[in-house]
Design a protein around this ligand. Structure first.
Ligand code: PLP
Length: 423
């Protein structure tokens, strides 16, 4: 076909009774023109118009099979939700709810009331507040407690989390002034103490999340910082990043942080916790109250769908944490993962390969989770991503690894069917 043989947009769209047809025809013709210039044959334009119209109506945000072996994969939606969380979302969102209504009093209530009790129980905190995400929680805490004043933080903790989210920038946006202490690799409690002056509003500790310092290093223990803070009557804010509500080797729990003397602790809902995107702040009631009254609180508030999912997830922590998918994945034994990889390999003609899974989400960057993958040919990577459901694996050494740590048994079967469909 030559460029001059192509129909016009109107000609191609004419027989198609569809309000999206003109836009779709333009897209199809643009692509056909490029192909002809590149020496390729654009093929059946009407069939391509039908495909384009179908694609225009398909949702862009889709379910994906995570075969990367990274449990809390930020690009793939972080934590999958527990059944209980999904059911609670549907139940609460299908109709009306008591989101901000006190059923006891028959008057206006607060959306914060729904989670305060379970968070107090799980962390031992006096009080709790939940916002849209942990970056928001940080921003709110710094704005409410330190606007126009100084925040003391170690040079070893001025981190970038990912996608350009940097602690010093958040500090600046909150209106607080950063006072850096110590050096990249060593900061002592005395460094904090020396930096405290009349302008100091709080001491900040930031969990290093996605990196670790090794070698000649020193960090003040949280309990030592708490002592310094207490001596100067300043609050100590601990940004745990991922945060955990259950013992997780190497990752501090919110309760441990409070017990060590942090006045406020903030952490994410959708990292190790295994719930929806949310930022959780727990700690001293008077400080939480200052956050609650700050105007940014309204701008950063959590929506009802996330609130429903978070409440159901937190309730599972009371007696059935193993029902939370992220925790289950982290705790499954290697033999189970290997058996899954073997079934996938048998169904696809692939090979079982030993791999190392990761926690992800900036938690435990050095933790290596023993895992197994099914290795198939690298050329399947793109067609599997384009499939339904899309499958995302890892290309390594000329092969595509489908890691079975992050697939359920049912998903591994879907992945097998997807591989067969691509060949
Ligand atoms: C991930 C992280 C954040 C941001 O949390 P989001 O829930 O992604 O907004 C903030 N601080 C630390 C230390 C983190 O690891």
């Amino acid at each position: 076909m030559e460029l001059r043989d192509l129909p016009s947009v109107d000609e191609l769209a004419r027989d198609c009774d569809d309000p999206l047809a003109v836009d779709a025809a333009r897209t199809v013709l643009d692509r056909a023109r490029e192909e002809i210039r590149a020496g390729a044959e654009p093929g059946d334009l009407e069939a391509r118009l039908r495909d384009e119209l179908a694609a225009a109506r398909a949702p862009s945000l889709r379910r994906v099979l995570n075969a990367t072996g990274v449990v809390v994969h930020t690009n793939l939606g972080r934590a999958p939700l527990a059944e209980e969380a999904l059911t609670h979302i549907v139940e609460v969102a299908r109709g009306y709810s008591n989101l901000e209504y006190s059923l006891g009093e028959g008057t206006r209530g607060s959306r914060q009331d729904h989670l305060a009790r379970v968070l107090r129980r799980l962390t031992g905190a006096e009080s709790a507040l939940v916002v849209n995400n942990n970056a928001g929680a940080m921003l709110l805490a710094l704005a409410a407690l330190a606007e126009g004043r100084e925040v003391v933080v170690s040079r070893g903790e001025l981190i970038e989390i990912g996608d350009g989210f940097r602690i010093p920038d958040v500090l600046a946006r909150s209106g607080a002034r950063l006072v850096e202490v110590g050096t990249t690799n060593r900061t002592r409690a005395a460094d904090y103490e020396r930096a405290i002056g009349p302008e100091t509003a709080l001491l900040l500790r930031v969990h290093q999340s996605n990196f670790r310092l090794v070698g000649f290093t020193e960090q003040a223990r949280l309990a030592e910082l708490a002592e310094v803070a207490r001596r100067h009557d300043l609050p100590l804010l601990d940004d745990l990043g991922s945060g955990s509500l259950v013992e997780q080797p190497g990752e501090p729990t919110a309760r441990e942080s409070l017990d060590a003397g942090a006045d406020l602790v903030c952490f994410s809902g959708d990292k190790l916790l295994g719930g929806p995107q949310a930022g959780i702040v727990v700690g001293r009631a008077d400080l939480v109250e200052r956050l609650r009254r700050h105007p940014l609180q309204r701008a950063l508030r959590i929506d009802k769908l996330s609130l429903a999912a978070l409440e159901a997830t937190l309730l599972l922590y009371l007696d059935a944490p193993e029902r939370i998918p992220a925790l289950r994945m982290l705790r499954q034994d290697a033999a189970t993962v290997r058996a899954r990889a073997e079934r996938l390999a048998a169904a696809t003609g692939g090979e079982v390969e030993e791999t190392t899974g990761r926690v992800g989400g900036g938690a435990l960057p050095l933790a290596e989770l023993p895992s197994f993958a099914c290795a198939v040919e690298e050329s399947l990577a793109a067609p599997l991503r384009a499939g339904d459901p899309p499958v995302v694996g890892v290309v390594r050494d000329g092969r595509l690894l489908l890691d079975c740590l992050t697939l359920t048994d049912a998903e591994a079967e879907e992945a097998a069917a997807a591989v067969r469909a691509c060949r």
